[in-house]
Design a protein around this ligand. Structure first.
Ligand code: MN
Length: 248
């Protein structure tokens, strides 16, 4: 199996190093990842200007671009093979509920999914994370499972792993995404004095709101790994007829 590995924390982040180490024991791994931290880049692509890609060793490239750039360029031109799977992360911090909309980790796996390649986005639930090896071993376990028992295509999994030693994990549950409260208020910085310019800072994500045991938030709270199958179609099917009637 040939696996393309990417992330949004940068190609030297501890999470991706742990992931590569674990996956290399069971598959051929190629890394194409951003040069530096591009967290919360979502699915943004660099268009209208060139993207510089550096060779950093055998089957390892770092990209002056976004997580989605990495997978997009890797699959559509850079690599001389088509990956069987895209695995991203291990992200430094959780990607639960609404986070999946903003996450570059999820977006990099999603970019593969858009191109017809299955994907797994891996995140560690504490920031700064400590037990990246735990999440990397969980990823390797999922890949081993897929080798013996493939899932019907296409598929995309969002996986969050509690930041604990592997022996302390309480299990694994397949659950839906929860929801967060509104994010914390944005803050204005008043130290900056430049005529006509204001400086604001976006604060942390909101606390969990919809976080029952059937959600990713509730699962993580019980020290279990959460696995959520994702889709991309944003159509609100139950509103199609209502909006059509409104327009008629
Ligand atoms: Mn990140």
């Amino acid at each position: 199996m040939k696996i393309l590995v990417s992330n949004d924390d940068g190609y030297q982040a501890p999470g991706i190093l742990a992931l590569v180490k674990a996956l290399s024991t069971i598959a051929e791994v190629t890394v194409v990842a951003p040069a530096d931290d591009r967290s919360a880049a979502s699915s943004s692509l660099t268009v209208g200007k060139p993207v510089r890609i550096h060779e950093a060793g055998e089957r390892c490239y770092y990209v002056e671009g976004t997580p989605a750039d990495c997978v997009h360029i890797a699959v559509n031109g850079l690599l001389d093979f088509r990956p069987d799977l895209v695995v991203t992360g291990v992200n430094n911090g959780s990607n639960l509920g609404d986070d999946t909309i903003y996450s570059g980790t999820v977006a990099a796996a999603m970019e593969g999914y858009l191109l017809g390649i299955p994907g797994i986005a891996m995140s560690l639930t504490h920031k700064p994370g400590k037990h990246f090896d735990t999440a990397a071993h969980v990823a390797a376990g999922l890949v081993r499972r897929l080798m013996t028992k493939p899932l019907p295509m296409p598929w995309l999994l969002n996986v969050n792993v509690p930041d604990v030693p592997e022996d302390d994990l309480a299990g694994m549950r397949v659950v839906r995404l929860g929801r967060r409260h509104q994010a914390e208020p944005v803050e204005r910085t008043h130290h900056h004095h430049e005529p006509g310019v204001q400086v604001w800072r976006i604060g942390p994500a909101g606390k969990a709101a919809d976080a029952g045991p059937d959600t990713d938030f509730g699962t993580i709270a019980e020290n279990c790994v959460s696995v959520t199958p994702l889709l991309i179609d944003l159509t609100r099917y139950d509103n199609l007829r209502h909006v059509a009637n409104w327009l008629a």
